[in-house]
Design a protein around this ligand. Structure first.
Ligand SMILES: O=C(O)C1=C[C@@H](OP(=O)(O)O)[C@@H](O)[C@H](O)C1
Ligand SMILES: C=C(OP(=O)(O)O)C(=O)O
Length: 439
């Protein structure tokens, strides 16, 4: 949380007095799209990504891969249906410069791939990207044989001096500040000469579903991966070197971006359906079914999608969100409207996300009259009657959607820089108005 002022205008969050009743089609998953792009770029044959998310984070990933020589063409899917990207792998070339923006997936997933390029790849990004942890990736890549020039920062900006190949092998990392360190090393590992064995040492590893997503997608592309869950040692992942297949992958809707819409049903005692909700998924957003049920809603998964129906009651919750940290801002907003206290635990690492999310949520909800307190690893939220005001967003898409949710039931909430939702959900204001039946 570094900046309070931007020049953008405030967005008057639409308020509703009645229950929301809508079906909202949510664009594709950021996490699946960006893994899909990396794996397709490293494959030994062309592949398809259908219904990819087109947002700041995924366009930065696509742009970076193009700059390294990968072909990413617009097209329709092989069956003629849906929008798609056709990805044509090629030799990875430097010199090139990668703009990571403030995308964790770009700043962490691409340096291992850059080590396979045949020249220097410079990484730079938004000022906040310099503050986000990257040491796990940098140190590990050095241990695996890469040369990286970061002028001793252990962070961006930096240059990875690709030599066309990387030894790989065994490495220990402390990934307690971001699961993306583990995912990053695993994703490119089929192309390392010896593959990789990653051992996490240190504090609790967050966001396990995202590591499972990495493993599942690697296996679906033909990689051999051993995991703690497949009988291996705790906190150790192994990827065997080998060719990756080109896939025809349909990207699931982004379930974390479905959160504000489902929450709208919960806080208005209404009903919202999200089509194409997957029956099985590694996305952390699937946990919303249990969390929002515990908070007073009821969920039903049918052919039409996932429907959340609000009961008119919103209950507080005491929950460890370490596995599903990216859901915290949306849950905090609902908790501020509940009938009892909430304690959100296990998310100390959110201090190093797009902004310091714990500080930002505390300040902004309290700015509307709330009573939120930071704890060592999360938030304690005591619901209070809220009033209108400006909800600052600190260039954090999930702060912006949390502010919109509060504004749905609290008169006079102005969300500052709602355009920041473009990081993962560029159409958010239009989708939100559409949900309310307004233009
Ligand atoms: O791998 C991924 O796609 C992600 C992993 C998580 O990162 P952290 O483990 O750094 O929280 C999550 O918060 C982020 O939004 C997406
Ligand atoms: C933490 C997030 O993003 P990133 O991929 O930049 O880490 C997020 O989307 O909530």
């Amino acid at each position: 949380m570094t900046d309070e002022s931007t020049n953008s205008t405030n967005w008057s969050a639409p308020q509703t007095t009645g229950p929301v009743d809508a079906t909202v089609t949510v664009p594709g998953s950021k996490s699946v799209t960006n893994r899909g792009l990396v794996l397709a770029a490293l494959a030994s044959e062309p592949g398809w990504l259908r219904r990819p998310l087109r947002s700041r984070d995924t366009l930065l990933m696509a742009e970076a891969l193009r700059d390294l020589g990968v072909g990413i063409e617009e097209g329709v899917g092989p069956d003629g249906g849906g929008e798609a990207w056709r990805i044509i792998p090629a030799g990875l070339h430097g010199p090139a410069t990668v703009d990571v923006g403030n995308a964790g997936t770009v700043m962490r997933f691409l340096p291992p791939l850059a080590a396979l390029a045949d020249g220097p790849i410079r990484f730079d990004g938004d000022p906040r990207s310099y503050e986000r942890p990257l040491h796990g990736v940098i140190d590990a890549l050095r241990a695996l044989g890469a040369r990286i020039d970061d002028e001793g920062r252990g962070a961006l900006p930096m240059t990875v001096h690709g030599t066309g190949s990387l030894d790989g092998g065994r490495v220990e990392i402390d990934a307690s500040s971001s699961s993306q360190f583990v995912s990053a090393l695993l994703l490119s590992a089929p192309r390392f000469n010896q593959g990789v064995e990653v051992r996490h040492v240190g504090g609790t590893l967050p966001s396990m579903p995202h590591i499972r997503m990495t493993v599942d997608m690697l296996r679906a592309a033909g990689a051999q991966v051993d995991t703690p869950e497949s009988g291996g040692e705790a906190n150790v992942w192994r990827v065997t070197p080998g060719a990756l297949l080109g896939r025809d992958l349909v990207v699931e809707p982004d379930l974390s971006n479905a959160q504000p819409f489902l929450a709208a049903a919960l806080v208005t005692g209404g009903r919202v359906t999200i089509p194409d909700w997957p029956a099985r998924t590694t996305q952390p957003g699937d946990a919303l079914r249990d969390i929002f049920t515990a908070m007073g809603g009821s969920c039903e998964l049918t052919e039409a999608g996932l429907t959340l129906t609000g009961s008119g009651k919103i209950h507080g919750i005491d929950v460890d969100l370490g596995d599903v940290g990216e859901l915290t801002p949306g849950i905090a907003a609902v908790a501020a409207l509940a009938d009892s206290e909430s304690v959100l635990r296990g998310v100390a690492h959110l201090r190093l996300h797009e902004t310091d999310r714990l500080a930002a949520l505390t300040k902004e909800i309290n700015g509307l009259g709330g009573d939120v307190e930071e704890t060592a690893d999360g938030l304690r939220i005591r619901p209070r009657k809220l009033h209108g005001g400006v909800f600052h967003t600190y260039e954090d898409h999930r702060l912006a959607t949390a502010g919109a949710l509060l504004g749905l039931v609290v008169p006079g909430v102005e969300v500052e820089n709602v355009e920041t939702t473009a990081k993962t959900l560029p159409d958010f204001p239009a989708l939100w108005h559409g949900m309310l039946g307004r233009d």
